[in-house]
Ligand binder design. Structure first.
Ligand code: ADP
Ligand code: MG
Length: 714
């Protein structure tokens, strides 16, 4: 497949007593014919001065028997057809040159039978299913015999089978219509008597030309019928029948020209393979049954009994869903791996649970809060205009600053409000800390970035978790740390180029970030200690479990002994010996230990989860504070910093650098936000300042900064 093959061209010369020896010569290898025309004969019969022609062919059959012709021309093509390759054999030549004799042969003598009966015979011995169509033959019409081959493998299990066809074409006579001019003038034009042959010739010229991509197959019935046999993907043989007599030399020449044109055509034989679907299903079913048996043997050898590999039903899927939920809650330690199908289903259920929880979170948020799309500026400004919300996204009049998470980095919360909410958090923390006992991690008490709930227990409701997340976002974005303001003045002179972040981070951890860093590290060590304890507990549990198994086994052994020796009963009570009794006691004791340790482990896991949460928060806070500090120290222009000096409720670090710089860009919205941030408390003043802001919106950067300072002085 994939390799191009040339069309094979043979010439068969009709036997005659009058063979033109001087004009027709065969090459030594029997693969070429040379034609020579004597000078005196040339006049009046060919229109050019050429007197010699040489035609290269794949073989010249002179005085060849039908047998030899079949062997040379057809045998391979038929054999390949039985392997799935289409084949075409064409006989071309003037009427009477022996096309029909070659293709069909004579009926009188068995020896003289032609290619067609022999091809059928060859197929027959290979037990192909063959059929052919016969056309009435005349020298004016073409005759195409098609043998359809469908070959199935002898081994019934093979689902592959091949189909192919062999076209045996006995063309109409190729003789030309002579249009000779006046006496002495040479032949001008010669066309085929049968028009379709000229279409065939055009198609063949196109096929022989590598640059042509359109082949005119549709011009006549003949080329149309031979479309997939000419060129294409089949083995192709042209047999040109010629006379060997001098009087027929003109037609002989044109036939040989046709043959040499045909030799230029290449084909790309390809196998026609098909699949027997029914057989294939049967084979796959067999294979499947075999593999299932194989799997069962493997399982029993590996002591894995009763593993079911069938597709899961709804109940099994629901069970996996529940396992996944319990695993996520922390009430299930691990999900045992059973087989591939089950693993896939576990992953699948993770996705199901995740998407359900996402929906639930959103639903809970929507119940509690009015959510506005961060990108929906129209809605945001409408709410702001209505005075329902301040720039921080807080709903006006909300008691503890709970409100919209709009993703707008706020400059600051109002001082009064801030103190209040901070105090509230601390209160909540200390109460819950008391409730949870002494070994609570540090963060909760020392830092206000902790959550309102100190402990996340596995049984806590989803609602609680979300509530916490919500508050968490608030506190971490609006509550500054109490550690920073006194150090503000002591900042060393600013270097010309900022140090690389990793270096600066080390400085930060030792200086301004030292307190958070300390808490972060402390929490981390608590977390590690809890993890270690959990791992030890797990090991103990496993040891107990092993001991329990051993005891159970011993007990079963005792039981079986007792059963063999005969049982004793006394007033309906079983009599057992001391050894068995001790084993029962031991097992009971182990079970108790197991339960206690297991409970411990559960508690530890809950604690770990909580600690992890705190550690994550600390890390987040540390990085966030570092970024603020880094920006303050190295990027925010000094003059802006002057205007944001202590006493102000603005923390410059809270202002992203992009925001400060964009003040100069006549960014009206940001300007008005700056203005509003500086408002004294009292919702009534908002509309007043809104009006004021509008008049000032066109001010340039300097004026903006002046307005900024004025507002600051108020
Ligand atoms: P075509 O089909 O090309 O018009 P035919 O096959 O009908 O020519 O041949 C014309 C006559 O010549 C027939 O009687 C045929 O038996 C005879 N003939 C052609 N080729 C041979 C050959 N190679 N040996 C013997 N007889 C032949
Ligand atoms: Mg014929």
């Amino acid at each position: 497949m994939g390799t191009r093959k040339k069309v094979h061209a043979f010439v068969r010369v009709k036997p005659t007593d009058d063979f033109a020896h001087e004009m027709i010569k065969y090459g030594d290898d029997n693969k070429s014919i040379d034609i020579h025309i004597k000078k005196d004969l040339q006049k009046g019969f060919v229109n050019n001065k050429q007197t010699d022609w040489s035609f290269k062919l794949d073989g010249v059959l002179h005085n060849a028997s039908q047998d030899l012709v079949y062997e040379t021309v057809a045998k391979d093509v038929v054999a390949q057809a039985l392997d799935g390759y289409n084949g075409t054999i064409m006989c071309y030549g003037q009427t009477g040159a022996g096309k029909t004799y070659t293709m069909t042969g004579t009926t009188e003598n068995y020896k003289h039978r032609g290619i067609l009966p022999r091809a059928l015979q060859q197929g027959e011995t290979n037990r192909i299913i063959a059929s052919h169509t016969m056309n009435k033959n005349s020298s004016r019409s073409h005759c195409i015999f098609t043998i359809y081959v469908e070959a199935h493998s002898r081994t019934l299990s093979d689902e592959k089978y091949i189909t192919s066809k062999i076209n045996l074409v006995d063309l109409a006579g190729s003789e030309r219509l002579k249009k000779s001019g006046s006496e002495g003038r040479v032949l001008k034009e010669a066309t085929y008597i049968n028009k379709s042959l000229s279409f065939l010739e055009q198609a063949i010229i196109a096929l022989g030309d590598q640059k042509r991509d359109h082949i005119p197959f549709r011009q006549c019935k003949l080329t149309h019928a031979l479309k997939d046999s000419l060129g294409g993907n089949c083995n192709m043989v042209l047999l040109t029948n010629i006379y060997g007599e001098a009087s027929q030399l003109e037609e002989t020449l044109s036939s040989l020209r046709f043959a040499s044109r045909m030799k230029l055509v290449t084909t790309e034989p390809a196998i026609n393979e098909k699949y027997d679907a029914e057989r294939m299903v049967k084979n796959l079913e067999k294979e499947l049954a075999l593999l299932k048996q194989e799997l069962a043997i493997h399982d029993s050898l590996a002591n894995r009994t009763l593993v079911n590999y069938d597709p899961m039903d709804e109940i099994q899927i629901a069970e996996i869903n529940s396992q996944v939920r319990r695993y996520l809650e922390g009430t299930l330690d691990e999900i045992d791996i059973i087989n591939l199908r089950q693993i896939q289903e576990v992953f699948n259920q993770f996705r199901v649970v995740l998407s359900q929880q996402e929906q639930e979170v959103e639903l809970t948020l929507r119940r509690k809060y009015t959510l506005i799309d961060k990108n929906d500026f129209a809605a945001i400004s409408a709410v702001q205009k209505a005075g329902l919300m301040d720039v921080d996204g807080h709903l006006v009049g909300e008691p503890d600053g709970q409100g919209f998470g709009l993703g707008v980095t706020p400059f600051s919360a109002k001082p009064g409000k801030k103190a209040k909410s901070k105090k509230m958090f601390k209160e909540q923390l200390s109460t819950s800390a008391r409730k949870e006992g002494a070994s609570s991690p540090v963060g909760g008490k020392d830092l206000d970035f902790s959550t309102s709930k100190t402990q996340l227990t596995p049984s806590s409701k989803e609602g609680d978790v979300k509530d916490m997340l919500m508050r968490d976002r608030e506190t971490s974005s609006t509550e500054p740390l109490p550690l920073d303001s006194p150090k503000e003045e002591l900042r060393p002179p600013r270097p010309s180029t900022p140090p690389p972040k990793p270096v600066a981070f080390e400085d930060f951890k030792n200086e301004r970030g030292s307190e958070i860093n300390r808490i972060f590290k402390e929490n981390k060590s608590i977390l590690n200690e809890r993890r270690k304890r959990a791992s030890e507990t797990t090991q103990r549990i496993n040891a107990i479990k092993r001991e329990m198994d051993m005891t159970k086994e011993a007990l079963n052994f005792q039981k079986s002994l007792r059963e063999k020796q005969g049982e004793y009963e006394n007033k309906g009570l079983m009599i057992i010996d001391e050894e068995e009794f001790l084993l029962i006691l031991k097992l009971k004791d182990l079970k108790k230990q197991y339960r206690t340790e297991y409970q411990d482990l559960r508690d530890l896991k809950a604690e770990i989860q909580y600690c992890q949460h705190l550690v994550d928060q600390c890390r987040h806070r540390l990085l966030m504070e570092f970024d603020i500090w880094y920006n303050e120290s190295f990027f925010i222009p000094e003059d802006i910093q002057v205007s944001l000096k202590p006493g102000s409720s603005i923390r410059p670090g809270m202002v992203p650098i992009s925001r400060i710089v964009s003040l100069g860009e006549d960014d009206q919205d940001k300007f008005s936000q700056l203005q509003q941030t500086e408002l004294p408390e009292g919702p009534d003043s908002i509309s007043f300042y809104n009006a004021k802001v509008k008049t000032e919106q066109k001010h340039n950067y300097l004026k903006t900064m002046m307005g900024f300072q004025q507002a600051h002085r108020k």
